[in-house]
Each structure stands twice: as C-alpha cells, then as structure tokens.
Write a protein of this length. Structure first.
Length: 147
C-alpha cells in the first residue's frame, strides 16, 4: 500500500474514532500533497509524498519555536501532537552515528576534501537520506567532517 492510500485509510480510521487532532493532521498533509500535485501537474509517488510530509513537519517545528517564545503552552502541545502524528508516516529516523557513517562513506566515495565540496556531498546524500534524516543534521555533520 502506497503512502497516499495509507493516509486515506488512516483518515477514515480517525473519522471513525473521532480523533480530531489526527484527522486534522492527516487532512492537512493530504491537502498539501494535492496542492503539490496540482502545481507540478504530476501525481506524486511515495518519495514525493514523503517530501511533503517532511516539509510539513519542518513547518510545524518552526511554528513550535515561535509558539514557545510567545509562551503559548496550549498551542505548543497541540503542535507537538501534530508533529508526532506526521512522524508516524516517515520511515524510522537514523541515529547521529548512522548518519555520520553514511556521510563518511559519501565523502570518501566522492573524494571530498574541503568545504568547496559540500554541495557535491549534500547532492549525493539528500536523495539517499530523504525521510530518514533531517537535512539540517546531515548538513551539520558534513560541515564537521569537511571543515
């Protein structure tokens, strides 16, 4: 079953269970997927849907920081719950050690030696780690290795 079908099934289950937060999160992702498909005029595959889910999580995390700075605790909890729901659709996240091993392999494979090679390394790693690791963490590890 593809991710879009999984989202549809989970939405139906959330409706039956009257789980408003889960239903809201899933509807938001489905709408974002639909928007992306309409804008690009291409039906998204699982990788494309993963990309949309990851971007929605990133947006929620950014909003979370702003809510924390504004001392809006009730909304912080709601955002955290939405983030947790969305993360269920992503593949298991890699640990820092696993990311570091993949980064090291990519650097060796490409023969990267300095920060000038960072774009080349990231270009190889981003598709490889899509949905499995946060790109900001990957970027930070690449900087440490090349810097």
């Amino acid at each position: 079953m593809g991710l879009k079908e999984q989202l549809n099934e989970d939405m139906k289950q959330a409706m039956r269970a009257k789980d408003k937060n889960r239903l809201s999160a899933i509807r938001m992702v489905r709408a974002a997927v639909r928007d992306k498909e309409i804008n690009s005029q291409v039906e998204l595959d699982d990788d494309g849907v993963l990309e949309v889910i990851a971007s929605q999580i990133k947006k929620r995390k950014d909003a979370l920081e702003q809510l924390r700075q504004s001392n809006r605790d009730g909304l912080v909890e709601a955002e955290m719950e939405q983030i947790n729901i969305l993360q269920e659709f992503l593949p298991a996240q890699l640990s820092a050690e696993e990311i570091e091993a993949v980064v090291t392999d990519a650097i060796e494979e490409l023969g990267a030696t300095s920060m000038r090679d960072m774009g080349k390394v990231m270009g190889k790693l981003v598709p490889q780690l899509r949905g499995k690791a946060d790109n900001s963490v990957v970027s930070q590890i690449v900087r440490q290795k090349l810097g």
